[in-house]
Design a protein around this ligand. Structure first.
Ligand SMILES: Nc1ncnc2c1ncn2[C@@H]1O[C@H](COP(=O)(O)OP(=O)(O)OP(=O)(O)O)[C@@H](O)[C@H]1O
Ligand SMILES: [Mg+2]
Length: 257
């Protein structure tokens, strides 16, 4: 397997607050890695450091074998131009979809391709239509976001990220703001992407998704990867007390026997 994302001793502090305290993780091509952890444990911060929406305080992010930034004298220097180029290779979908309300679904999915990747419009449109088809929304191309359900909007946001041909997709609690009956369609789309071999790092509280789709689970606690392993191991036979307590907090979730 080829490694796509690696972090080495990644640290992030906000003033006195140490959020990430030396994260070493590796994600291989085609893997789906689920990040679990209680609120405030640094899951979003870790995703944001991987695509440099946050600049790490220390350590490295290595994408496709390339160490991002210029590391010398024990300090890293990052050039905005390099970070912009990097961000185009890493797709990110958030809890709130942030679609442009004045643009149709098709225009939303074309926008980044045309403005950032400088793709010709015809090519961008073809790409947008194929990605909308992929998430089951080909028939909504001409609709405006206001006419879509939350689940449909979130699938448009996924299509928009996919249209940039990312090497890896980061998902940060993309179903948390949805009405319960809409969660399933978005998880189904994500599961389909995983089955197609997309590399994904997923922050979610949907333990059923984690159990059935993840290749690996990482549990963040106290700024570290506290426990990790395959889903059946981490979710059904957790090694640490902290992980067990976390799972007990999700008592509504019943794993299959
Ligand atoms: N820009 C920032 N400035 C200061 N503190 C921050 C900033 N971003 C995050 N934090 C703090 O870092 C800690 C981790 O936040 P983060 O959002 O990564 O947690 P999380 O695991 O994603 O939580 P949740 O499950 O609630 O989304 C929190 O204590 C948060 O208040
Ligand atoms: Mg978060």
């Amino acid at each position: 397997m080829t490694e796509i994302v690696r972090t080495e001793n990644l640290k992030k502090r906000f003033g006195e607050l140490v959020v990430l305290d030396g994260i070493d993780m590796t994600v291989d091509t085609g893997e789906t890695v689920v990040l679990l952890g209680s609120s405030g444990s640094g899951k979003s911060t870790l995703l944001r450091c991987i695509n440099f929406m946050e600049i790490p305080s220390d350590g490295s992010v290595i994408i496709h074998g390339e160490r991002i930034g210029d590391h010398r004298d024990g300090k890293a220097h990052y050039r905005e131009r390099d970070l912009c180029a990097l961000r185009t290779r890493i797709g990110m979908v958030f809890q709130h979809f942030n679609l442009f309300p004045h643009m149709t679904v098709l225009q939303n999915v074309m926008e980044g391709q045309v403005t950032v990747l400088k793709r010709p419009r015809a090519e961008a449109e073809a790409k947008a239509r194929s990605q909308l088809d992929r998430v089951g929304l080909a028939d909504k191309a001409d609709a405006y976001p206001a006419r879509l359900s939350g689940g449909q909007k979130q699938r448009v946001a996924i299509a928009r990220a996919l249209a940039m041909d990312p090497d890896v997709m980061l998902f940060d609690e993309v179903t948390s703001a949805l009405d319960p009956e809409l969660v399933g369609e978005v998880l189904k789309t994500m599961r389909q992407l995983a089955d197609e071999g997309m590399t994904m790092i997923v922050v979610t509280h949907e333990l059923g998704f984690a159990y059935h789709v993840a290749n690996r689970i990482l549990f963040l606690n106290e700024g570290k990867i506290f426990e990790q392993g395959e889903p059946h191991q981490v979710l059904k036979a957790p090694e640490t007390k902290r992980m067990r307590e976390f799972l007990e907090g999700h008592s509504l979730f019943k794993l299959p026997d």
